[in-house]
Design a protein around this ligand. Structure first.
Ligand SMILES: CC(C)(COP(=O)(O)OP(=O)(O)OC[C@H]1O[C@@H](n2cnc3c(N)ncnc32)[C@H](O)[C@@H]1OP(=O)(O)O)[C@@H](O)C(=O)NCCC(=O)NCCS
Length: 199
């Protein structure tokens, strides 16, 4: 299957469109880190067999064809290390939310921040969006830091907004508007842009 690169983030990091040929690899990754992922990502709890991952990839393909979502794999030097998704919330409002996870093997090195930076650029330019949102559990400090580092602004906390493992989690809502991103790229917005990866 030809590789469709959605965006490149430098340092050998790419986001490539997912496809069903990756089902076994993705299933193994999710199962290997099941407890870690299921702490904040409800879908991980429901990934019990390879057919669940195949069903997810089929849904992802259909949603892409319908212009509702895009799901990408994060690759570092040809190794699949995580995922990034964009789901359109309201086409009329040109708004979407972004989700992500990365393998513990490369956590804490800046790979996700680099990937998110490139993906945000791709989202605003290719999907013609005005607003991007990220929802992070308040307890998911790492994820909140990723959103903030990418220039997203915390707009508030939604109390008991997501049920994970039988527990209602408070969720921080972060958002970034296209003009803010534009200003940031020109150097006049919040925070620095990308910086080199950690060793
Ligand atoms: C949330 C998650 C994606 C964060 O990944 P991460 O690797 O911490 O994110 P980053 O790539 O931004 O790395 C940040 C770390 O790299 C360091 N870093 C090094 N180089 C960097 C660079 N160029 N840019 C940014 N950070 C860099 C940062 O200082 C930071 O270090 P710290 O953890 O000691 O503070 C990851 O923990 C994860 O997948 N968790 C499980 C699933 C999950 O919770 N998903 C999100 C649901 S909302």
């Amino acid at each position: 299957m030809p590789v469709k690169v959605l965006c490149q983030a430098g340092d050998g990091i790419e986001i490539r469109a997912l496809h069903r040929g990756l089902a076994a690899r993705i299933y193994q990754m999710v199962r290997a880190e099941h407890a870690r992922l299921a702490r904040f990502l409800p879908w991980a709890q429901h990934t019990q067999s390879l057919s669940d991952t195949v069903a997810f990839l089929t849904h992802a393909r259909d949603a892409f064809i319908q212009g509702q979502a895009v799901h990408g794999g994060i690759w570092v030097e040809n190794e699949l290390v995580g995922m990034m998704s964009l789901e359109v919330k309201g086409p009329a409002d040109q708004a979407a939310h972004i989700g992500y996870w990365i393998s513990s093997r490369v956590e804490g090195k800046g790979v996700m921040s680099r990937a998110l930076h490139a993906f945000v650029d791709y989202a605003f330019s290719e999907w013609k969006l005005h607003r991007l949102e990220i929802y992070c559990a308040t307890a998911n400090v790492r994820s909140c830091r990723v959103a903030e580092r990418a220039g997203f602004l915390k707009e508030g906390t939604l109390r008991g907004a997501r049920k994970v493992n039988g527990e209602f989690l408070d969720m921080n809502l972060f958002a970034l508007l296209q003009p803010e991103w534009q200003a940031r790229r020109k150097g006049s917005g919040r925070g620095p842009l990308v910086r080199p990866l950690a060793e």
